[in-house]
Write a protein that binds this ligand. Sequence first.
Ligand code: SAH
Length: 299
Amino acid sequence: MSGKDKRFPLPLSSVVDKSSGRAQPSRQPQPRVATPQTATQNATLNAALNAALSLSRSAPVADAVQTRAASRTAPASPERTARPEPMVSDAVRSAMVARVAKQGVKDAKVLAAMSAVPRHLFVEPGLSGQAYIDASLPIGHHQTISQPYIVARMIEVMRANANGGALDKVLEIGTGCGYQAAVLSLVAKEVYSIERIKPLHELAKSNLRPLRIANIRLQYGDGMLGLPQVAPFDGIILAAAGLEVPQALLDQLSIGGRLVAPVGAQRQVLQLIERVSKFEWTNTTLEDCHFVPLRPGVV
Ligand code: SAH
């Protein structure tokens, strides 16, 4: 991107750093991390959730969020006719948010954002019935959509700044399917999100397009380099775990800015890094977590 000032909003991918389009040589050993959740674990959780929500008597969650086209072709039971798809998906989403709150997320703005974003639109249709369980789900290319609790928790931690939660620019590393970017768009003025896997960058674009969110800018590139041309950021969230947080990202935090990242390999912890001055950052370890690995370069 050129050095001249560009006013927000910028068009999608207008912040492309040409140099980040090339694969970077690996600078650190690749951590071997197990996939966060297997489909089997998720299916078990889903069954438990169906029971807990008592939606399973005649309309399992999987059916509750089925596409309208499918609803039309399926012989509709009277109960289904009485409960159109969007309402049921709202109910299931409310139940998800209630669980996230029960797990300790208190920030009302974050919970409201989670209530507003239709998570089932970010997973492939075959998995939409599991979209509201508290688990990560596969999105292809060995990557996952993060579990709702951790999405909410990270944003809550990022918002707990000295400005009462006000966030101008935030950066997400690891767009994946675009879900967390959509949630972030409701708590920050401008959201920049970088993805290193081209088909996922494209997937996020097509998932987000129908939602017409004006303040998200998607970037295909190596998030370990950040977006120096847009920095500084009030908040940075990493949706993938490295052995350490890249210095480039620390440098792109504003003073008073907060970065939240999973750090580690087999054992990972969620870390909060606050920039307290030009050359000073503080580091707080929050809790154990489980993310896909942060990798250099693009594919
Ligand atoms: N934010 C997503 C989570 C995606 S999973 C959600 O809403 O659920 C983490 C993503 O990080 C993967 O898509 C992976 O490809 C991406 N990733 C890993 N290393 C990266 C890097 N260096 N730069 C950008 N994205 C990266």
